[in-house]
Design a protein around this ligand. Structure first.
Ligand code: MN
Ligand code: MN
Length: 442
C-alpha cells in the first residue's frame, strides 16, 4: 500500500476507535466536518455553490453536503452508509442480582450469533438523560485504566450437555447478560456519574466489544475491528466528501453523504432511512438555495439523484464456500464490490439497480482506475440481507449497493482488507468527481 493509503487506513482506525456507537460515530464525523469548514445548516440562511453544510438528526443520523453548481434541485450525488452496528442494548431496568453476581440485563440489537459474544472483554457506551434533560455520557471499557464487562460461559468440564445443543440455542437471548460486578454497581454509577437507578430508564446504553482496531497478519494486510459494518463505508464516503470540500471550486452536482442509524434493525424509526429525513433535508437545502421551495422541486431533485448505497458485503470465506454464489462471490483484496440486488433467492425486497446505472458506474470506476469487483451477496436459498438501498430507491433515484467485502460480518470482530478500505474511498471519490456526462443516463 502506498503512503496515502496507509495514512487513510490509520485515520479510519482512529475513527472506529472513537465511534463505537452511532452517537459517537456521529460526533466523530461532525468533528471532522467542522474541522473542514462544514457548518450546521441550522445556522445557515442562504446557500450557494461550494457551500459546505451538514444536518443532523437526534445526534445519530447525519447528512453532509457540498453544494454543486447545478444546485440541489438538479439532484444530489449521495453516498449513504450506516453507523449503527450489532450489539447488546441495556434494558430500561437493567440491573439485577443473581447468585451473588450483579448483571446488566440486555436486549439484542441487530443480527448476531449469540455465542460469539461470550467470554469477551466488553465496553459500555451510551447516553443517560436525567429528568431535567441533562445528558450524561458513559464510556467505560476502552481506556486502559477502565474496567471491562463480560458474559460468562460454562466450563468445558460441565459443558457436555450444552455442546449437544444447536449453536443458536447455546445461550438464550435472555441469558446474554453482562457481569457488571459483585456488589456495589448502583453505588459506583452514582459516585462516578451521578446517575440514579431510575435514570437508566431514560438512557441508551450499549454493550460493544472492548478494544481498538488491530492490524491482522504478518503483512498487516487486514484490519480487525468492531463495526466495520458499516463504518468502513460510512467513513470512506465521509473522507471522499471531505476531498470534494477541499477541491478548488464547487462540484458540478451537489455531493452528499448520509451516515444513518437503525440500518441493522430494518432502517426503522425517526433516525432510520425509512423516515422522511433524507427528503426533508433535500427540501431544507433547496429552500436555502432558492428561497421558497415547492413540493414538486423536492420530488424532482430526489428523482434526479444518484446514490451509492455504501454498505459492506460478505467476502468469500475459503472454509465456508457453500455460502457463496460460485463465480459471483466477492473476495478480500479485490476492492469494493458492486451488488446489483440483495434480498433472498427470489430477489424479494431487493433494490435491483438498472443496467444503465451500472454501465455508467463501470465507466466512472474504470476511468479513475479504481480496483473494484462485481458480485452477489451470497448463495441463493442460503439466506440474504438488505441495506438502505430500497428506502432510497422509492424516491425514484438510481441506487446501487457498493461497499467493502468483510469476513465474519456481524461478529464482535470483523475483518476487512486494508487495501479494500482504501479502494472503497477511492471508488466513492470517483463517483463524486465524475463529470456530468459520465453519469448521465438517457
Ligand atoms: Mn451494513
Ligand atoms: Mn449489517
Amino acid at each position: 500500500m502506498n503512503k496515502e493509503a496507509k495514512k487513510y487506513v490509520e485515520g479510519y482506525k482512529a475513527f472506529l476507535a472513537k465511534g463505537k456507537t452511532e452517537r459517537r460515530a456521529y460526533a466523530a464525523a461532525v468533528e471532522l466536518l467542522e474541522k473542514a469548514g462544514f457548518r450546521d445548516i441550522k445556522g445557515v440562511k442562504r446557500l450557494k455553490a461550494g457551500d459546505k453544510i451538514y444536518r443532523g438528526y437526534h445526534g445519530k443520523t447525519l447528512f453532509a453536503a457540498v453544494v454543486g453548481k447545478a444546485g440541489t434541485a438538479a439532484g444530489v450525488r449521495v453516498v449513504g452508509g450506516h453507523t449503527d452496528a450489532p450489539r447488546l442494548d441495556l434494558k430500561p431496568k437493567p440491573i439485577y442480582e443473581k447468585g451473588g453476581i450483579v448483571f446488566f440485563d440486555t436486549h439484542i440489537y441487530g443480527g448476531i450469533k449469540k455465542y460469539q459474544w461470550l467470554v469477551l472483554p466488553l465496553a459500555l457506551y451510551g447516553t443517560v438523560v436525567k429528568k431535567d434533560g441533562k445528558r450524561v455520557e458513559i464510556a467505560i471499557g476502552d481506556d486502559p485504566s477502565d474496567p471491562v464487562f463480560m458474559i460468562s460461559d460454562i466450563l468445558p468440564h460441565f459443558g457436555k450437555e450444552q455442546l449437544e445443543k444447536k449453536a443458536k440455542d447455546l445461550v438464550a437471548a435472555e441469558d446474554l447478560d453482562v457481569i457488571s460486578g459483585l456488589g456495589k454497581v448502583e453505588e459506583a454509577l452514582k459516585d462516578r456519574y451521578g446517575i440514579e437507578k431510575d435514570d437508566l430508564m431514560s438512557a441508551e446504553l450499549e454493550i460493544v466489544p472492548a478494544g481498538a482496531p488491530r492490524d491482522v497478519g504478518l503483512d498487516r494486510s487486514l484490519v480487525a475491528a468492531y463495526g466495520h459494518d458499516d463504518r468502513v463505508c460510512a467513513y470512506a464516503g465521509l473522507a471522499a466528501l471531505l476531498d470534494v470540500s477541499r477541491a478548488k471550486g464547487a462540484p458540478a452536482r451537489t455531493c452528499a453523504v448520509v451516515l444513518c442509524d437503525k440500518e441493522e434493525i430494518g432502517s426503522v424509526g425517526a433516525s432510520g432511512m425509512d423516515s422522511s429525513f433524507f427528503e426533508n433535508t433535500v427540501a431544507e437545502l433547496i429552500d436555502r438555495e432558492g428561497g421558497g421551495v415547492r413540493d414538486i422541486d423536492v420530488r424532482r431533485a430526489l428523482e434526479a439523484s444518484q446514490m451509492l448505497s455504501a454498505d459492506v458485503c460478505a467476502a468469500s470465506d475459503p472454509h465456508y464456500t457453500d455460502s457463496d454464489s460460485i463465480g459471483n462471490e466477492s473476495h478480500l483484496g479485490k476492492g469494493p464490490c458492486v451488488i446489483k440486488y440483495t434480498g433472498p433467492a427470489t430477489k424479494s425486497g431487493a433494490n435491483d439497480a438498472r443496467a444503465e446505472f451500472i454501465a455508467a458506474l463501470r465507466g466512472v470506476l474504470d476511468g479513475a482506475k479504481v480496483t473494484w469487483q462485481m458480485g452477489e451477496l451470497g448463495r441463493a436459498e442460503k439466506g440474504g440481507g438488505g441495506t438502505i438501498a430500497k428506502f432510497m430507491a422509492r424516491f425514484g433515484m438510481d441506487v446501487i449497493d457498493f461497499g467493502t467485502p468483510l469476513l465474519n460480518m456481524h461478529a464482535p470482530w470483523e475483518l476487512a482488507s486494508a487495501e479494500d478500505c482504501w479502494n472503497t474511498k477511492r471508488a466513492y471519490q470517483a463517483f463524486f468527481a465524475a463529470s456530468e456526462g459520465a453519469l448521465k443516463i438517457d
